[in-house]
Design a protein around this ligand. Structure first.
Ligand code: ZN
Length: 483
């Protein structure tokens, strides 16, 4: 066990120092590294593979729901950003500006896109003329720059990758339906593919996207008890169509402004997967987004290269044919034990061990990363047995995360208990709230928790009194400390 121990000990324990563990495990497993510029990171191949899986799985859902991909410029003229006042005020503190091209000072500064409502709005004004042009359902997968003061890999970096959807509709109802359909699509995607359960709801009026009518968000609970915003979907109303003059001739020949939405998820989701599923031995990837779903470790004893290796190769080929992302780790410079803990740390969902006796018996020992259970599989069944095990692991991780979310969601309208719970147990606190900003501000100042969402499914909510002012309330909200 000597060398395995050493490997794991190079990283802090998640259960002891969550924040240190997070930063260390990301670099140790080669998901990402710090870039030379402050607040920026390099997504390494192992981390980028997770993003590619997220892209592929979510892009498929977008296409199935009628959305198309396009690409809009990285630079946005300052005058465009300034057209929507709330929008420019909201983003001004974190915009990076280009003021010079080559030797020439620009006549007008160009913003490096912090989000693309403005540039896309200007193009929609040219493209949309008639009700026949609607709806417009366009998405782009791009990078974004926001000059953040406090950064953390994947969770908040100056530059990050995301998808941003921008749609235009004939009516408010259609725009609202799109906003909520996307919210539901995000939720299904996060719970199915990332195995991360979320609470969904509306943001408060003062916490909504700069320029939106309404913002909806998805919030997940990290294992340190802090919430993480996983994605947002905005109903932009006519705020942008009015300033960019995006009008269409309706069936009755009247000219109307379109109704718009925008929505996004980003590389932050990789950070969520790390935080939600990781444990003291390292990462635990849900198979759906894992860079590698299975690793085959031949037990290197005796003349293993003649006996074990050919069998391991055949197992690798069988799994590849079954569509499993698999690697055969035939490196000679490491012992099997070292490889076990290395792949465990990297979060590969399934490890297959094949030794000389397994070759004789025509089987492999499969070890699940999620619950560490071992199961013997016959070699000729790998093509069916491994995908079935991966599906079990995916479901198991989702179940664990759901249990954690339920166990760490507390309900109280008693502010003293609220504070005690927040200090001792953390997590989500569901409390009645009167709707006043002052009441939220007091909670924020005194506990560092704020309202994450006002949940959408309100039908079963018993009336109560506001956590702070004791006024009657029929609104339950989710409070938490957040990233
Ligand atoms: Zn109140």
């Amino acid at each position: 066990m000597g060398d395995e121990d050493r490997l794991v000990k190079q990283v802090s324990l998640k259960s002891e120092d969550f924040s240190k563990w997070y930063l260390e495990i990301i670099r140790k497993t080669e998901l990402a590294d710090y870039a030379p510029m402050k607040g920026m990171m390099v997504i390494r191949p192992y981390g980028y593979a997770v993003w590619e899986n997220i892209q592929r799985l979510f892009d498929r859902r977008l296409k199935e729901t009628g959305h198309q991909n396009a690409y809009f410029p990285l630079f946005i003229p300052e005058s465009f950003l300034q057209k929507e006042m709330a929008h420019v005020e909201g983003f001004a503190p974190e915009v990076a500006w280009v003021t010079q091209g080559g030797q020439d000072k620009l006549e007008e500064r160009l913003a490096v896109r912090p989000t693309s409502e403005a540039i896309i709005g200007s193009m929609y004004a040219k493209w949309i003329k008639s009700y026949r042009d609607l709806p417009v359902l366009i998405n782009q997968w791009v990078n974004i720059v926001r000059w953040e003061k406090v950064t953390r890999p994947f969770l908040r970096t100056t530059e990050f990758l995301w998808q941003e959807g921008h749609t235009a509709h004939a009516t408010l109802e259609e725009a609202q339906r799109e906003t909520l359909d996307i919210l539901a699509l995000y939720r299904e995607f996060m719970e199915t593919e990332l195995a991360v359960p979320v609470v969904v709801g509306r943001k408060t009026e003062w916490d909504k996207f700069a320029g939106a009518l309404e913002t909806f968000a998805l919030e997940a609970l990290m294992t340190d008890g802090k919430a993480l915003q996983m994605g947002t979907s905005h109903n932009l109303g006519q705020n942008f169509s009015k300033v960019f003059n995006i009008r269409f001739e309706d069936k009755d020949q009247s000219l109307r402004f379109v109704w718009q939405t925008s929505w996004g998820i980003s590389t932050r989701l990789i950070g969520a997967v790390v935080m939600v599923h990781g444990d003291d031995s390292g990462l635990r990837f849900p198979p759906a987004v894992a860079p590698l779903q299975a690793v085959i470790v031949p037990i290197s004893i005796g003349n293993w290269k003649e006996t074990v290796l050919p069998t391991a190769r055949r197992a690798e080929e069988a799994l590849q044919r079954a569509g499993v992302r698999v690697r055969l780790d035939a490196r000679e410079e490491f012992t099997p034990g070292w490889k076990f803990s290395d792949w465990e740390m990297r979060g590969v969902p399934l490890r297959l061990e094949i030794g000389p006796r397994d070759v004789q018996e025509q089987k492999a020992v499969a070890v699940r990363r999620d619950i560490r259970r071992k199961v013997a599989l016959t070699l000729d069944s790998l093509g069916e047995a491994v995908p079935a095990l991966l599906a079990d692991i995916q479901a198991g991780l989702r179940e664990q995360a759901r249990d954690f979310l339920l166990k760490n969601t507390h309900i109280t309208d008693d502010y003293e208990e609220f504070k005690r719970l927040l200090d001792t147990r953390r997590g989500f606190l569901r409390s009645h709230w009167c709707g006043a900003r002052d009441c939220e501000t007091r909670v924020k100042e005194e506990t560092m928790a704020n309202i994450r969402v006002i949940p959408l499914d309100m039908e079963e909510i018993p009336p109560g009194s506001c956590l702070i002012c004791r006024k009657k309330s029929d609104t339950l909200v989710y409070f938490a400390r957040a990233y």
